[in-house]
Structures are given as C-alpha cells and as structure tokens.
Write a protein that binds this ligand. Sequence first.
Ligand code: NI
Length: 185
Amino acid sequence: MILPVYAYGQKVLKQKAKAITKDFEDLNILIDNMFDTMYNAQGVGLAAPQIGNSIRLFIIDTIQLEEEDSKEFIGMKQPFINPEILSEEGDFWKYEEGCLSIPKIRGDVERQKKITIKYQDQEFIEHTVSFEGINARVIQHEYDHIEGILFTEKLKPLKRKLIKKKLEKIKSGNIESDYRMKFPS
Ligand code: NI
C-alpha cells in the first residue's frame, strides 16, 4: 500500500525517533508499505518518520543505481531496524542528494566514505556491517532522518540561502509533486 510522504515542515521529520521492540505490531506490513511508497516515488531510501512514524526504521534499495554495463557498484536492498552507526571514516566526499520529503530540491552534501553500522533485521537478529560509497551514503542520509536531521541542513550556507524560498513553498503545500504527500496543516 502506498502511503503519503510527509513533507518538509512536518514536526515528525525533526524528531529523534524511538527504538522498536520485537512485539511491534504489523512490522512486516509496515515495511512492505514503505517499499511500495518508496518505489512509487522513485526513491532509493525511505525512513519511517517520512511516513509519519517516529520509529528507528529505514529501508534502502540501491540496486536501482547499479549500471547495466558496469560491475563496479553492487547495490543492496534491505530494511534497517534500530540501527546505530558505530563509526564513520575515510575522506569526506561530495554527492548530490535529494529527499522524498523535499521534492525537486537537490544539493551537494559532504559525508565520510565508510561507515560501520549495527542494526537488526526483520527477525530482530543483530548484525554489524561496514558499507562504503553509495551504499554508505544512502544509509547516512536515512540514518539522519531517524535522528531528526534533513540533508538541507548539511548544505553550504550559500546553497541554503538559495533554497530558502523553495522550502517555504513546500512547507505551505504550494508545490506539485509526482506522488502523494502530507503537508503541515
Ligand atoms: Ni530523505
């Protein structure tokens, strides 16, 4: 089921999300709905606060970013439950990010190349894994969401100034989006 994506300005996007426990009701359905919602909006990642749920859960599918003729990049598709980034290392590198909650705005964000993250899978089994490059990048972006941080806060001051009006427009629901959104009322 496709859910509306909560837009910039919604309070839930600025909250630090809460951990969930094994008895969390209908978790598998929620995760399925998040994948439906993400694909419908042509995203590569989606965090639970973006569908109005302030819990520590996000999904990613970077397989969509694999290029047909190149074996250089291997994507991944999975949910991350109760994740905790244990370390970030390596050089900072720039990459143009976007966000389903902030349609039609993109900007360069600098993040470190490699991360190590501890998380639980859908069976609540714990894993500790390292990722780098695009996979790390998407995880870092989604992880920020459950910490209540948006990528626009990490843009250079000049760029932030340039998008200020556009952000206000999103906040007031005064934009067109290709998918259903829920604006602050
Ligand atoms: Ni986002």
